[in-house]
Design a protein. Structure first.
Length: 341
């Protein structure tokens, strides 16, 4: 008779550790919320109110991850900012539709529960929710031995927002002669990291020994929610695009009407040092433009008369500037000139 005892814990899943993490999330406090606990955490589902001041509310939903930026976090043993990235990648998509983020849920899958690592990640998620003024209402943490290698994990985020139907940014609002404005990025955001990691591997660069890369590669994604929603509320924006994977060309064309074209002058782009470093280390112009935001984190399509008002909503670091104009054409996006790296 086989007397070997099979248990979930011996199989690699520690329910007590998972419960401890859920308790930590339930009890965590933030500076803005003081001693107020995050609601609904640990239950089977979350119930949220729909704000009453929306006349004809429409629900908008987005989901995303942070890609292989988590491998940079693992190399640096720094996990307190990728949670901000996780929130940013979804809420920056929500505002493209003109939606205000309402709530956020996360999914973390990991080979083995590591409370220190998970607590650091969740603090970043909470920080991202605070910046976005949305609630973290729940999530899932999955311990998956045998699926992930030791120390490996993945994270995904899910954001739900709300928009008044009359405020939704539809393609038809973009008109000929609208200006295309670039809002600066904070850096790489969360795109192109597989290419970056391949470059680092081939050049045998240890980022732990390079202060510049150590700082730049883990820098969190800029969250544009507060500034852009104020512009939308005041009817100062006709359209916008979140510049993520695929760069300027692939993302701007998603919001341009069929008979119009965003004519972009690459010479006007203010690039950042991290992109100059990547270019200098062997990534050509076409690959840079297809893979990275190249210094432009978000784009706005606006009437030229509103430019001065729009600038007043941004700090100097993220002040929008003109990089193009909407013209007639079937190509949707034309990239002219070259970025001055």
């Amino acid at each position: 008779m086989n007397k070997k005892k099979f248990t979930y814990k011996k199989s690699g899943v520690d329910i007590k550790a998972a419960d401890s993490f859920v308790k930590f999330i339930s009890n965590i406090s933030s500076k803005d919320k003081g001693k107020k606990k995050l609601g609904n955490i640990g239950g089977f589902g979350s119930i949220s109110n729909i704000p009453k001041h929306f006349k004809n509310p429409k629900i908008v939903a987005c989901t995303d991850g942070v890609g292989t930026k988590i491998e940079i976090a693992n190399k640096l043993n720094k996990f307190d900012t990728i949670g901000i990235d996780l929130v940013a990648m979804s809420v920056n998509d929500l505002i493209v539709q003109g939606a205000k983020p309402l709530f956020f849920l996360d999914y973390i899958s990991i080979n083995k529960i590591d409370l220190k690592k998970l607590k650091s990640i969740i603090k970043g998620i909470i920080k991202g929710c605070e910046i976005s003024k949305c609630d973290l209402v729940g999530g899932e943490t999955a311990e998956m031995p045998g699926t992930y290698e030791k120390g490996k994990f993945d994270i995904a985020g899910f954001a739900v927002g709300i928009a008044d139907e009359r405020k939704i940014l539809k393609k038809k609002k973009i008109k000929k002669n609208n200006l295309v404005l670039a809002i600066p990025s904070s850096g790489l955001h969360s795109n192109g990291y597989s290419l970056v990691r391949n470059l680092l591997k081939n050049k045998k660069i240890n980022i732990n020994k390079n202060y510049f890369l150590k700082k730049e590669l883990i820098k969190p994604t800029k969250i544009y929610v507060n500034e852009v929603l104020k512009l939308i509320d005041k009817n100062l924006v006709n359209g916008c695009a979140n510049i993520t994977g695929g760069g300027l060309g692939d993302n701007i064309k998603r919001v341009i009407p069929d008979d119009l074209c965003a004519n972009i002058d690459l010479n006007k782009i203010h690039s950042l040092e991290i992109f100059r470093w990547l270019k200098k280390n062997g990534i050509n112009d076409n690959e840079m433009l297809k893979t990275f935001n190249c210094g432009v984190g978000f784009c706005l399509m606006v009437d030229s008369k509103n430019l001065k008002k729009i600038n007043s909503f941004f700090s100097n670091q993220f002040k929008p500037y003109v990089i193009g104009k909407i013209i007639f054409g079937n190509k949707k996006v034309k990239l002219n000139g070259k970025i001055n790296w």
